[in-house]
Write a protein that binds this ligand. Structure first.
Ligand code: GRF
Length: 213
């Protein structure tokens, strides 16, 4: 019988707790993870994938002279896997314009801040230093602008007086694991599309911060 599940590839560099959430939710969802690719041999997420009988591939960026040759091998591997969606889950490499254009509208990323606030790294610490009252996570389409593509969904948490960067990271992670499978499932159902500035859900233009989940 034909597999009607949406084929998804997941790119990781490390622990892969978001990958785990996606694996766990997939048994009861409309997508199927057809491969996990890591740029690091020792990424724990590779073990998580193997445990779930998902094919894993390592493409070590250190073996390439430049970003573009690494990205081209990544493109070739993904073209073999033929995913309809590429999910970045803690993938710590900046993707070239060539890569992003090749899979335009079919790449999503999860970022631990309420974008457009705090693109880049160390978001939890920066939020604390700024004295913000609210923090959270964003899932967005990937464009050539780092952490700058149209936001699909966000989940927010209230910052408590005794929060540290560590507790914020833990609390944001809980939200990440809750909403990433939901967004992948929406994409798999054909409900999401990347517009010029914003994402579209069921053909409706979403606000700058996407939907609140
Ligand atoms: C998450 O915090 C995600 O927001 C960021 O990288 C981290 C990955 O964590 N992009 P994990 O590897 O899924 O545990």
């Amino acid at each position: 019988m034909m597999d009607t599940h949406c084929p998804v590839a997941v790119l990781i560099s490390g622990n892969g707790s978001n990958l785990q959430a996606l694996i766990d939710a997939s048994s009861n969802s409309n997508y199927r993870i057809v491969g996990v690719i890591s740029n690091k041999h020792d990424a724990f997420g590779l073990q998580r994938a193997q445990h779930a009988d998902i094919a894993t591939h390592v493409i070590d960026h250190r073996l390439y002279p430049d970003r573009i040759s690494f990205d081209r091998d990544l493109i070739n591997k993904l073209d073999e896997l033929q995913p309809r969606l590429i999910v970045l889950a803690g993938f710590m490499r900046i993707l070239s314009s060539e890569f992003v254009r090749h899979f335009k509208g079919h790449i999503i990323n999860i970022h631990p801040s309420l974008l457009p606030k705090y693109p880049g790294t160390n978001t939890h610490q920066r939020v604390l230093e700024a004295g913000d009252k609210e923090h959270g996570v964003s899932i967005h389409f990937v464009t050539e602008h780092l952490d700058g593509g149209p936001v699909i969904a966000q989940a927010a948490i209230t910052i408590e007086p005794d929060d540290s960067a560590d507790t914020l990271q833990q609390r944001v992670h809980v939200e990440e694991h809750r909403i990433y499978p939901q967004v992948v499932s929406m994409f798999a159902a054909g409900r999401l599309e990347m517009g010029e500035q914003t994402a579209l859900l069921d053909d409706q233009i979403l606000p700058i911060g996407g939907i609140r989940l």
